[in-house]
Design a protein around this ligand. Structure first.
Ligand SMILES: O=P(O)(O)OC[C@H]1O[C@H](OP(=O)(O)OP(=O)(O)O)[C@H](O)[C@@H]1O
Ligand SMILES: O=c1cc[nH]c(=O)[nH]1
Length: 263
């Protein structure tokens, strides 16, 4: 298995932005993820793709198109706004609401594959699990991300990872997609100083609910035996492949024996 993304603390606070994935890297990663989704779910039948706005929606659409090219059918694809489920509401500047668009067949009994561009603290995905819980009861929820940059604050892992990217907390990963930006690229750059969260800052918003330490790679991808899923026991799903937590290295899907069941 390829190594999980490590984390490191950089002393070089003004490194030049660098492109870590270009358009063809992104394209190849999405093609691989589409195949992995089909392989793991034995085809497209049970799958519903839900992108998390903004760029998760574009990525979900691209994965849908790749699945269609292989299976000659289009999997239901929609979007899931998690804004009202975030645990930092009131602590950070208000965010605009995005679209939730659930495909007509709904999500009950389906395998929902959440799609996002970056996995970092895991708080967005925790919010997504809560949002899903208010919509229906899928058979399973899986998680696909283009970039896993480590630094998890919650016991969440992705099932499908485009690229595991070791990062420092002073850095920010930005995904550019041609649907929204001028090009396809993943860029890593230093954050402006005010945006940096100090090492050991602990919970950002959840009143002591954070699991794992900042910068410790808590439940980072690749760590077997990670704890429960992210929504305080409310996670959906019921099978061995049910929660968006399995370990995965770059180019690998999570293995069933490393997965944690959500009940
Ligand atoms: O694992 P997390 O710490 O939750 O970070 C990951 C999230 O951060 C980004 O969204 P962001 O909230 O920055 O808003 P954006 O979609 O406008 O980029 C990104 O699109 C993910 O959704
Ligand atoms: O680096 C980061 C962290 C959170 N979300 C992003 O999109 N990039």
């Amino acid at each position: 298995m390829n190594p999980a993304p490590t984390t490191h603390e950089s002393n070089d606070s003004h490194a030049a932005p660098r492109t870590v994935l270009d358009a063809s890297d992104i394209s190849r990663a999405l093609t691989r993820i589409a195949h992995e989704i089909l392989e793991r779910n034995r085809g497209a039948d049970p799958v519903v793709l839900l992108g998390i706005p903004t760029r998760g929606v574009g990525l979900a659409t691209r994965i849908r198109d790749r699945i269609a090219a292989v299976e000659e059918r289009s999997v239901p694809t929609g979007s899931l706004d998690v804004t009202m489920y975030r645990d930092d509401i009131g602590l950070k500047p208000a965010r605009a609401l995005e679209h939730t668009d659930i495909p007509p067949g709904g999500i009950d009994g389906k395998v929902v594959v959440l799609v996002d561009d970056v996995l970092f603290s895991g708080r967005t995905i925790r919010a997504a699990l809560d949002a899903i819980g208010d919509i229906g009861r899928p058979k399973a929820v899986q998680l696909a991300v283009l970039v896993d940059r480590g630094h998890r604050e919650l016991p969440i892992r992705a099932d499908y990872v485009g690229k595991n990217l070791p990062t420092s907390l002073v850095e920010r990963v930005t995904v550019h997609l041609s649907e929204y930006d001028e090009e396809d690229a993943v860029v890593i750059a230093d954050k402006p100083a005010p945006e940096r969260r100090p090492a050991g800052a602990g919970p950002t918003a959840s009143g002591g609910r954070t699991v794992g330490g900042e910068g410790q790679g808590a439940s980072a991808p690749g760590s077997a035996g990670a704890g429960p899923t992210a929504s305080g026991g409310r996670s959906v799903g019921g099978g061995a492949q049910d929660a968006p937590v399995p370990a995965s290295g770059e180019g690998t899907t999570g293995k069933a024996d490393e997965e944690v069941q959500a009940r």
